[in-house]
Design a protein around this ligand. Structure first.
Ligand SMILES: *Cc1c(COP(=O)(O)O)cnc(C)c1O
Length: 354
């Protein structure tokens, strides 16, 4: 990609790269040398810059801290066998960031600012991208309110930033999840389709309760009846029943995952049958009892595909068959990996080189 935007770049004089141990990467703990930042005020985006990663000063009265005017994205850059770096579907993240911004009364970003900030930052810190199997550079774009004003109204000023974290192979231990019938992650008409910070904060307490009961995650259900499945933890969710992939249809309470739509596209390419519709707890438990529930898995950028081994419902655990090498989840996961690492053709034009 051509540099069509000049970004003032202050390089670090104390790179931490030599301390990086790619064999013991823990998700989200290690940050690359630089970060991108651009402020918004007086109705426009100001001069963008890339600076060394580090702490910063903000007003204690900002509306992100008090009222949750904060949004984010999660995406990855991959290094192929020739050392070339590419982003996976970055424009989808860009469009979703702007959809989240609109929902939270925040300014949208021009495509050039987002893409140039992203690519110039990733290029500058490309030595931080691990190239072992399953490893990548996790990228966190985010925006938050910066007015020093504690009244309840949308802020007039904002900061958009990007930092990155090298991440290793995500070990998908088979998940134990349970249907949640009391708490909700999001409701129709709420902000569940936006990647808004508060959605995560509010889901921590019910998730912690489930953890104490021995489950990794919750299977969120709809807010009005607690009958239909919405998502699994912070991932979209899919079920394979009788050879068909069934996943909740998108709504204002479900996040439009990029992994979700990529998995569905690959499955369509393979001629698999897909149903995007409401799926009830009842239907899942009946299929489990009849032996037709073949697979269940969460899908999202961090884990790609996380197979579900056990589903809990009202103090009872229901086991799924172990996910073998021929399972749809394994095959789709490998197909996605191959596209991301340049080992198979990128027929949908998902990869954007940096
Ligand atoms: C980010 C997110 C996902 C997954 O989206 P991807 O684009 O696939 O990473 C799913 N559900 C929720 C609630 C999320 O925040």
């Amino acid at each position: 990609m051509l540099d069509t935007l000049t970004i003032r770049t202050q390089r670090t004089t104390a790179s931490r790269l030599s301390q990086l141990d790619a064999s013991t990467l823990e998700f989200g703990k290690i940050f690359s040398d630089h970060m991108f930042a651009v402020d918004y005020h007086d109705g426009e985006w100001q001069e963008p810059q890339i600076v060394p990663y580090g702490d910063m000063a903000v007003s204690p009265a900002n509306s992100a801290l008090h009222y949750g005017q904060a949004i984010f994205e999660g995406m990855k850059a991959y290094k192929n066998a020739d050392g070339e770096v590419a982003l996976f579907r970055p424009l989808d993240n860009f469009h979703r960031l702007n959809a989240s911004a609109e929902r939270m009364c925040m300014p949208t970003l021009p495509e050039e600012l987002f893409m140039q900030g992203l690519t110039q930052l990733v290029r500058l810190d490309s030595a931080w991208i691990p190239d072992g199997p399953g490893s990548a550079l996790y990228i966190r774009p985010f925006m938050f309110a910066t007015d020093g004003f504690v009244g309840v109204r949308p802020s007039n000023s904002y900061r958009f930033m990007i930092f990155t974290c090298p991440v290793g192979l995500y070990y998908n231990k088979p998940l134990r999840v349970r249907f949640e019938e009391k708490f909700v992650r999001s409701a129709e008409g709420g902000a569940g389709y936006a990647k808004a910070a508060g959605n995560y904060g509010a889901s921590m307490f019910p998730t912690k309760k489930a953890n104490l009961e021995g489950y990794h995650q919750l299977l969120w259900t709809d807010a009005s009846e607690h009958r239909y499945v919405e998502e699994s933890g912070t991932m979209n969710v899919m079920f394979v029943i009788n050879g068909r992939i069934i996943t909740p249809a998108l709504s204002t309470s479900i996040l439009d995952g990029i992994t979700r739509k990529s998995v569905l596209q690959i499955a369509r390419d393979w001629g698999l049958q897909i149903e995007e519709r409401k799926i009830s707890i009842d239907e899942i438990l009946k299929a489990q009892a009849a032996g037709t529930l073949q697979e269940a898995f969460g899908v999202g950028t961090a884990a790609t595909i996380a197979p579900i081994a056990t589903i809990g419902y009202r103090d009872q655990d229901y086991d799924l068959p172990p996910s073998g090498p021929d399972s749809i989840s394994k095959r789709v996961s490998q197909a996605l990996d191959a596209i991301r690492n340049g080992r198979s053709a990128d027929t949908h034009g998902w990869m954007v080189s940096v």
